[in-house]
Design a protein around this ligand. Structure first.
Ligand code: ATP
Length: 415
């Protein structure tokens, strides 16, 4: 192979020295056992693109688990084995390496997970999604750094194209539709013409994908640096609507995601904003379609509830205690989502007042203090504590002494 495509310089320049040294050593150890080891997938793509990537995938024509054990001997890291898939994950510091046995895959039916068999590096590359992800770099000592590019991945990187490897690719696994959109938007590439035609032809194959796999794809999109880009494109292609027909990847969403990033964007906040314009029924619909786990389901349901409180939050003369009563008990993320989504400054102000101040306010007097003052434990004490809390929220009292005076007045007037 010509020197121009030897990648050893890029490995040395772009990977942290400890990681580069580790994979070089791994190549030597594998070779000493008569096995070939390769760097594959995303990290090869990102090496060629000059992008940072510390999640390395290694493929061995041999036994990945045995090799992983050998490589970690005497090192402080952690190893997680998946014997069924013949894979192992090595982790130390902030680095992570997945070690997989080279395999071939066949699809029994569209959308199902593939049937896996042993294979060569060539088989292993053929099962991959796009040409840019289907390259490998040999780690064998006498071929160290050699690029294996069977499908023109390097040329597609140079031309900025996302291209599938064969015509049935989206039919075999329609999650690749989401992946195509995600890489296109992340890298500022274009989905290649024929790939785009097949994507449009096969968009309905997304109906064959399980809720868990679809949700995972959405999660990946929402973990991108600018998720709104992929959501916009997915909306244009009718891909987003396959998650729920009412979802929109429009200008409004882009603006709100940008605003969310200015404060504290997270997966849950993006999700809350994506579903913000849904009514309570639509929320239930998407929660069950995508089988969201409890934390996300709760945030989404809270979004619908907080939205229903917004008209009351707009009342001109509203005491802090009333703001508190309207909002307490709802998830922090749902309230932030409402503040980002709302265009009314008074609503935003009150939501933020609750988040930044009101939710922390507590009376200084405790139940024990009240007992010492002669209040019996029970409903009366509960009522007094609640009234004290409101008095604190509304600045009617500002110190423990003022609270005690107030309680004495209440007790006196009741007697
Ligand atoms: P990133 O993590 O930066 O999004 P990656 O390429 O590392 O990119 P992973 O999802 O970790 O992405 O997948 C690792 C590799 O496995 C990919 O590069 C690709 O070659 C292959 N792969 C992942 N998912 C699929 C799929 N659905 N079909 C075919 N190949 C896939």
């Amino acid at each position: 192979m010509p020197d121009a495509i030897n990648q050893s310089d890029r490995i040395a320049k772009q990977l942290p020295p400890a990681l580069a040294e580790f994979i070089k050593e791994a190549g030597r150890v594998a070779a000493s056992q008569g096995q070939n080891l390769y760097l594959v997938g995303g990290v090869v793509r990102d090496l060629l693109l000059g992008r940072a990537n510390l999640d390395l995938d290694l493929v061995v024509e041999g036994d990945a688990i045995e090799l992983a054990q050998r490589l970690l001997q005497g090192k402080p890291g952690k190893i997680t084995r998946h014997p069924h898939f013949k894979t192992a994950r090595l982790q130390w510091d902030n680095m992570s390496i997945d070690l997989t046995t080279a395999r071939s895959e066949t699809y029994a039916r569209s959308g199902a997970l593939p049937t896996i068999g042993p294979g060569t590096m060539k088989d292993d590359l053929f099962r991959r999604d796009f040409t840019i992800n289907a390259m490998a770099i040999s780690l064998r000592p006498n071929r160290y750094g050699e690029l294996i590019d069977l499908y023109g991945g390097r040329s597609d990187i140079e031309h900025g194209l996302i291209r599938i490897l064969h015509e049935k690719s989206f039919i075999d696994d329609a999650t690749r539709i989401w992946r195509a959109v995600r890489y296109e938007q992340r890298l500022d590439f274009l989905i290649e013409r024929n790939t785009l035609r097949l994507l449009k032809r096969d968009v309905d194959m997304l109906d064959t994908i399980s809720a868990d796999r679809l949700r995972y794809e959405l999660e990946c999109v929402l973990h991108e640096e600018y998720p709104e880009k992929a959501l916009r494109r997915a909306g244009e292609l009718g891909v987003l609507q396959k998650l729920h027909p009412g979802l929109k990847g429009d200008e409004w969403l882009a603006r709100k995601f940008e605003e969310a990033r200015a404060s504290a964007a997270s997966y849950n906040l993006y999700l809350a904003l994506l579903c913000y314009r849904f009514n309570a029924n639509e929320i239930e619909d998407i929660v069950s379609r995508l089988r969201f786990p409890k934390p996300q389901a709760q945030v989404l349901r809270n979004v619908a509830s907080v939205k229903s409180k917004l008209p009351a939050l707009q009342e001109p003369e509203l005491l802090s205690s009333a703001v508190y009563r309207l909002l307490h008990g709802y998830s922090h993320t749902a309230i932030i989502a409402a503040s980002v989504a709302s265009d009314s400054s008074i609503i935003r102000e009150r939501l933020l007042l609750f988040l930044n101040t009101l939710r922390y306010v507590r009376p200084a007097l405790t139940g024990d203090d009240l007992m010492e003052m002669g209040v019996p434990a029970g409903p009366r004490m509960k009522e007094i504590l609640q009234r004290l809390h409101e008095a604190r929220l509304d600045h009617k009292v500002r110190s423990k002494e003022e609270e005690a005076d107030l309680v004495r007045r209440w007790l006196g007037s009741k007697k």
